[in-house]
Design a protein around this ligand. Structure first.
Ligand code: ZN
Length: 400
């Protein structure tokens, strides 16, 4: 959910818009056979925004009847109308006959669609991508922000985001970080044919924030009654790290660094000044996300100096308010999901510069978001708890 959307956003940043023709030697890597490999010519294309499947096949030199054959072959397996910009399609042609032998489309990071010519007919199937996994351990100390510290170590940005996502409910990577905070995390790196592709699962992570240790371990309890995988990050006692509120209404990558030393305009919760909110300094247009599931109970202009403001009612106890927006992206009455973008940072109303004014209201009283500690949403089932605790021992040792 949250994690996936962020990773997709990053993939979009990396998406090119080119067609290239490459004689590759990893053709048919499933059954790597040099004779077979030399028999075929590969045409790879990265899908451009607006491209349809027939535009792509035409550009690759396929006839309309071959294109039809591919669409027919895949219709029960994958709808080729739902191919997406930024993804790759590979075509393999017989060098002699110039006939298309195979097409591979990367549906997502987990699965590929294969269409093969078998006895003159195209047949399709989805295959799970089998990555080679290497385990990587990374640790560091923060002197400005987690993002900068990790980037300085040449860690894949997607791995840093995955780490931040583990702690998205427990650590405010904006206001809550202190100089000297430390982190250590162990994650999978995915390789294919010896080439690094992307980070995989974060397996174990520890963050020491202002002296307080937070640990998270990935665990999967198997398939539940609703056929969904029961998995997630849990603390050493088996309590889920997921909570009803994210710690931060702005993704940590967008928060100005240096705020803890007062270099940027920012205000904390302060009863004596009457500022019962947190102000996050962030650039104009930065996405603002709702910290929890709920319903929009206000989306519009506030006459009390808040400018464009959105209020989300989460339950009978909690409402959160987001003010001074430059743009509102939700409507009154709409339901929203945790992490969903509801507007953009601005400086409307009584404001001296772009920032997000963020309030949590509990039973009608504004409370300090920094010190609010919500209970875990779920825990490892009692019957699995002992197995879980044994399982994490090894990871705990590795974190020590
Ligand atoms: Zn404020």
């Amino acid at each position: 959910m949250l994690k996936k959307s962020i990773i997709i956003a990053i993939i979009f940043l990396a998406a090119g818009a080119v067609i290239y023709f490459l004689p590759k030697n990893n053709v048919f890597s499933q059954n790597s056979n040099p004779v077979l490999e030399s028999k075929y010519r590969e045409v790879s294309t990265i899908i451009n925004p607006g491209d349809t499947f027939s535009i792509i096949t035409e550009n690759a030199g396929l006839s309309a009847s071959t294109t039809n054959g591919l669409i027919m072959a895949s219709k029960d397996v994958y709808d080729l109308a739902s191919i997406r910009a930024g993804k790759e399609i590979k075509f393999f042609f017989d060098k002699q006959s110039n006939e298309l032998q195979q097409m591979i489309y990367a549906i997502n990071s987990e699965e590929e669609l294969y269409i093969d010519l078998v006895d003159g007919v195209y047949r399709s199937e989805k295959k799970k991508i089998d990555y080679e996994i290497k385990i990587k351990t990374v640790s560091g100390t923060i002197d400005s922000s987690l993002y900068e510290s990790a980037m300085a170590q040449n860690i894949d940005e997607r791995a840093i985001i995955a780490l931040a996502d583990v702690f998205a409910w427990s650590i405010d990577f904006g206001m809550g970080i202190r100089v000297g905070d430390t982190y250590k995390f162990i994650y999978e790196e995915r390789y294919r044919n010896g080439q690094y592709v992307m980070p995989g699962q974060v397996m174990a992570a520890r963050f020491v924030n202002d002296g307080k240790v937070v640990e998270g371990f990935y665990y999967n309890e198997g398939i539940g009654d609703d056929n969904e995988l029961i998995d997630g990050y849990y603390d050493p006692e088996g309590k889920s790290l997921e909570k009803i509120f994210l710690k931060n209404p702005v993704d940590f990558r967008y928060i100005s660094s240096g705020f803890t030393t007062g270099l940027r305009y920012i205000s904390a919760f302060n009863i004596s000044t009457g500022h019962r909110a947190i102000d996050y300094a962030a650039a104009l247009g930065t996405p603002i996300r709702t910290v929890g599931d709920g319903k929009i109970v206000f989306a519009g202009w506030s006459s009390q100096g808040y400018g464009y403001m959105v209020s989300v009612r989460h339950n009978s106890t909690y409402t959160t308010n987001y003010a001074h927006m430059s743009k509102i992206l939700v409507k009154n009455g709409q339901s929203v999901k945790q992490g969903q973008t509801i507007g953009k940072v601005g400086s409307t109303g009584l404001s001296t510069g772009p920032h997000l004014h963020y309030e949590i209201v509990k039973n009608g009283t504004k409370i300090n978001p920094m010190t609010l500690d919500m209970p875990a949403q779920k825990s490892i089932a009692d019957t699995n708890l002992e197995t879980y605790k044994n399982y994490i021992k090894d990871w705990q040792n590795k974190l020590n």
